[in-house]
Design a binder for this molecule. Structure first.
Ligand SMILES: Cc1cc2nc3c(=O)[nH]c(=O)nc-3n(C[C@H](O)[C@H](O)[C@H](O)COP(=O)(O)OP(=O)(O)OC[C@H]3O[C@@H](n4cnc5c(N)ncnc54)[C@H](O)[C@@H]3O)c2cc1C
Length: 398
């Protein structure tokens, strides 16, 4: 499914203006309050659905907005200027919608996509387990065939949107990879599990450093029975399906880091011009000016990396996974550093909740951990570079 330049410059500007307006009216004014009260804003998310943000990469004929990844990352940057936490949840929801559009059959699309694209219901992506994080292929949740059904048993860890979602895409083991170890990526299948399925339960809402306006919980499968028709894609393809969704997910999370960092940088630029110390505005100090210049430069470098990753996905480039990994690592590190420097430039005020800067620092920190940690991003890039001869196209450093 290649999607390149689906929008003209005018269409793109109009979409981004509408998203900016949404971010500034529906997200930014409530971000601190939602963070403090741990409020998951279902209504505001529904209005994102009205704007077409529930299925950004879902094809138009299936009720989505059908935008390219290049347009999508620009949208997530804008959303995150309003609230990185909510933008990031919209990203995860979009991963789920994209997976159903891409790998689902007609019945599965008909069942889930109208509600997901409208954001009257939400999606959760269930890969991580208590004993299987970075090494996700070692997951142990099992789905055992029983007549026309599968019965799922196991525990998923750190699931965003758990308890609020209407559908859970669950990666579970239906077999092994033939290696005799009983494990491996090839023995994993993906399932669509509806909220309310008997035996589906949730752990307590985790108390987190950031991302407080969206719930993170364990999802517990106690002999959850689903029909075989709930399998997404072919048996044994679940891990590949889960990984394919991560290219887009990583770009979107990286774009959320850009948006959060941009917002914090703008606040810092205002602050250093207003704040007087030693008889003049802070902005008159050359070290402050250099700091602002570096923050802006690094933000731009990160944005270009994210665009490059998005272009690679749009073009279905053979090195897309590596370019997405590089973009995710670079932009999420840069985003956190920029927000943290914005906090420092605010002095003690940056540390106060009312200014919102400390919240963005807390929110962006987790972007370095999830959708594959930044160490795993290095692993992807490093392995690609060190592949045996014969993979020149993938690894050439240009
Ligand atoms: C707020 C939040 C929301 C999340 N949402 C979801 C979700 O919706 N769905 C979902 O499936 N998961 C979700 N996750 C899980 C997330 O993807 C994992 O936390 C992440 O993949 C890391 O796994 P882990 O926490 O088990 O850490 P581990 O895998 O135990 O890693 C611990 C440390 O070791 C490093 N490490 C591991 N392996 C290597 C290696 N080979 N080389 C070098 N370093 C290595 C890691 O980089 C990390 O620094 C979420 C996590 C958080 C915190």
């Amino acid at each position: 499914m290649t999607m390149i330049s689906l929008t003209s410059a005018e269409e793109r500007d109009a979409i981004l203006a509408a998203v900016r307006d949404y971010a500034m009216t529906e997200l930014a004014p409530f971000a601190i309050e939602r963070d403090e009260a741990h409020l998951f804003p279902r209504d505001a998310l529904g209005r994102a659905g009205d704007l077409g943000l529930g299925g950004i990469s879902v094809r138009e004929e299936h009720g989505g907005t059908g935008l390219s990844r290049t347009d999508t990352v620009a949208i997530f940057e804008e959303l995150a200027t309003g609230d990185p936490t909510i933008a990031a949840y919209i990203s995860i929801h979009n991963m789920v919608a994209w997976m159903i559009d891409t790998y689902g059959d007609d019945a599965q699309r008909d069942e889930w996509l109208p509600r997901l694209t409208a954001m009257t219901e939400f999606g959760s992506y269930c890969l991580t387990e208590p004993g299987a994080g970075s090494d996700a292929a070692s997951l142990t949740t099992r789905a055992v065939r029983d007549g026309d059904d599968f019965v799922l048993t196991g525990v998923k860890q750190f699931i965003s949107g758990a308890g609020e979602a209407g559908v859970y895409v669950v990666m579970a083991r239906t077999g092994d990879d033939g290696s005799g170890t009983g494990g491996g990526a090839r023995g994993i299948s993906a399932f669509l599990v509806p909220a309310g399925a008997e035996g589906l339960g949730f752990g307590a809402v985790e108390k987190k450093m950031g991302w407080r306006a969206q719930p993170t919980r364990q999802v517990v499968f106690d002999r959850v029975r689903v029909p075989a028709t709930a399998m997404l894609g072919d048996e044994g393809r679940g891990f590949a399906i889960a990984m394919s969704a991560l290219n887009g997910g990583r770009l979107n999370i990286a774009a959320c880091s850009l948006g959060g960092a941009r917002w914090a940088l703008d606040r810092a630029v205002d602050h250093v011009q207003d704040r007087v110390a030693f008889g003049e505005p802070l902005a008159e100090k050359q070290s402050i000016l250099f700091t602002i210049a570096d923050m802006r430069t690094e933000l731009q470098a990160a944005r270009l990396m994210v665009r490059d990753g998005a272009q690679a996905v749009d073009e279905q480039a053979p090195d897309a996974t590596m370019r997405c990994a590089m973009a995710k690592r670079f932009a999420t590190d840069a985003g956190f550093d920029i927000a943290n420097r914005a906090l420092q430039l605010h002095g003690g005020y940056g540390y106060l909740q009312d200014y919102g800067i400390e919240k963005v620092v807390r929110d962006l920190r987790v972007h370095q951990i999830l959708e594959g940690t930044n160490e795993i991003m290095r692993l992807i890039v490093g392995r690609e570079m060190l592949r045996p001869a014969g993979s020149e196209t993938m690894r050439r450093a240009s």
